[in-house]
Ligand binder design. Structure first.
Ligand code: AMP
Length: 212
């Protein structure tokens, strides 16, 4: 049976970290719409040029654009055994569209309160080489080496304080209705994201096993 997972959570909820672990454990393609768009920006493609300003400002790109991108991705052969969607859907319209592509979904919602998110994002850095996310000791720290590969740790451009506020406001606007869309389904899994990352992973793996 394919395992079709959707991961929902605010920026800084540990969603990206957990997504990597889930994808590895269940051998699923990890489809992060944010990563796809950031790669397009780095590559300077027409898509990248189209979304660059929106992402830098912390707003959402259009439902049509992101939905057609996901539709194309879900047609790839590696998706036959299932997938892990990270960052999509973000709106009810995107969720409705996804239901038309694949109604059999397990939805994992990682919940973390706003004050904890703001604290986490100010110290979050991404490794320029291996792409792993980690937290540094001080808000202003830059240029520290990645403990995994020695690469340079950089702040994500949209992790500056003002953009984080916009992203959280955007998330708050859309998350309520999105979660309401999924909450009553038997395959909806609420997860407390304030715990240590390893405990959050344990909770997720246990819940996936139980729902399956
Ligand atoms: P993320 O890495 O998931 O936080 O995404 C980074 C940025 O990409 C977001 O702030 C949005 O501008 C854009 N983005 C990613 N996924 C979506 C989506 N499903 N709908 C709209 N915009 C998105």
């Amino acid at each position: 049976m394919p395992l079709n997972l959707v991961l929902i959570g605010p920026p800084g909820s540990g969603k990206g970290t957990q997504a990597v672990r889930i994808a590895r454990r269940y051998n699923l393609p990890h489809i992060s719409t944010g990563d796809i768009l950031r790669q397009a920006i780095r590559d300077g493609t027409p898509l990248g040029r189209e979304v660059e300003a929106t992402i830098a400002g912390g707003a959402l790109v259009s439902d049509e654009l992101i939905s057609s991108l996901v539709e194309v991705r879900l047609q790839q052969p590696d998706v036959a055994r299932g997938f892990l969607l990270d960052g999509f859907p973000r709106t009810v319209d995107q969720a409705r569209f996804l239901d038309t592509l694949q109604p059999d979904l397990m939805v994992i919602h990682i919940d973390v309160p706003d004050d904890e998110i703001i604290k986490r994002l100010s110290t979050r850095r991404v490794c320029r080489s291996c792409g792993l996310t980690q937290s540094v000791s001080a808000d202003e720290a830059t240029g520290e080496a990645c403990p995994y590969c020695g690469g340079t740790l950089v702040r994500r451009e949209d992790d500056d304080a003002r953009t984080v506020k916009t992203r959280l406001t955007t998330y708050a606007t859309f998350a309520g209705p999105l979660i309401a869309h999924y909450r009553t389904r038997p395959q909806f899994v609420p997860i407390d994201g304030v715990k240590e990352p390893d405990r959050v992973s344990d909770d997720i793996f246990r819940s996936i096993g139980a729902v399956r």
